[in-house]
Design a protein around this ligand. Structure first.
Ligand code: AMP
Ligand code: MN
Ligand code: MN
Ligand code: MN
Length: 277
């Protein structure tokens, strides 16, 4: 069985429509897929509609990737197997307000660099108002300010750079509570991407468990065997379930294709074990 429980559509910062994602999942022999757009459930119904239309025999899990402020860090938490995604609405309104406010501030920074109508242009690139840094990275590329998206992040969009604007994302406790209230399971996305020290990572996981978190992403995109081992041992130490996902954002934005990430290693309890699939 192939699971991919982490990917993005054009409802957040991905390139593909939900229908394209399903077709790709079929081509890549994916059995179960979760669409986990950033701070939105807008793509979930279109994904189900496409699944009904195409009838490809792929299991669909309701998902989301929530941005969380934890101490001075931004952490991503997946909500998986949401039973009532709409009960996140209040939280998502808040998150989207924060995102729009940030986008307006980033746009001002980019206008100072000589990019006119930056907000409108980023909005056009996104096709909606859930504008993320990748959309601004594309704008910087379109305007000839950088040679690729990665450089746009490094030079302009990360902490310490001229167009970085911090966001007051929801806290970890509220985030996990919302996920649980909607009948889902909270999983820390790509735990090694935050560059936390071992001590801080342990602290994060301890706190996450205390407020009701269940698992971590043991596999996220391309992984080194050492990383998998270290995440597997965290699962065992803290009695956490594991998840696997590609974090696919579209062909030109991802280093790994949909469903092509590794599956869970032996000895890891899958997050889906209790889902009765
Ligand atoms: P945001 O939630 O708007 O702050 O954007 C975060 C998203 O930006 C992540 O989910 C990635 O898709 C993307 N991202 C973050 N860092 C980089 C980077 N260095 N290069 C390319 N994309 C990145
Ligand atoms: Mn993203
Ligand atoms: Mn993420
Ligand atoms: Mn993601």
């Amino acid at each position: 069985m192939i699971f991919d429980l982490h990917c993005h559509s054009f409802y957040s910062d991905g390139i593909d429509s939900p229908e394209n994602i399903l077709n790709k999942a079929f081509d890549n022999n994916v059995n179960y897929i979760a669409l986990t757009d950033h701070d939105t459930i807008a793509g979930l119904q279109p994904l189900r509609d496409a699944a009904d239309k195409l009838s490809l025999n792929i299991g669909i899990i309701n998902g989301i990737e929530l941005s969380v402020k934890w101490k001075k860090n931004v952490i991503h938490i997946l909500g998986l197997n949401l039973q009532e995604p709409n009960s996140l609405d209040e939280l998502l309104v808040y998150q989207n307000q924060q995102r729009i406010e940030r986008a307006k501030k980033i746009a001002v920074c980019l206008e100072e660099l000589g990019i006119q109508e930056a907000y409108q242009k980023a909005h056009d690139i996104a096709g909606h108002d859930r504008i993320g840094r990748p959309h601004f990275a594309k704008l910087l590329l379109n305007e000839g300010k950088v040679k690729d998206l990665n450089t746009a992040f490094k030079r302009y969009l990360v902490r310490g750079r001229s167009a970085f604007v911090p966001v007051n994302w929801v806290g970890i406790e509220d985030c996990v509570r919302y996920i649980m209230q909607s009948g889902g399971v909270a999983v820390i996305a790509h735990p090694l991407k935050y560059k936390l020290t071992q001590t801080k990572l342990n602290e994060l996981i301890g706190e996450f468990k205390e407020v009701g978190g269940s698992g971590i992403e043991v596999i996220s995109g391309r992984m080194h065997p050492n990383q998998i081992q270290s995440l597997l041992s965290i699962c065992k130490r803290y009695n956490l379930v594991g998840s696997t996902g590609s974090d696919y954002h579209g062909q030109t934005m991802s280093n790994i294709d949909l469903g092509k990430q590794q599956q869970l290693p032996l000895g890891c309890t899958p997050v889906w074990q209790t889902w009765g699939l």
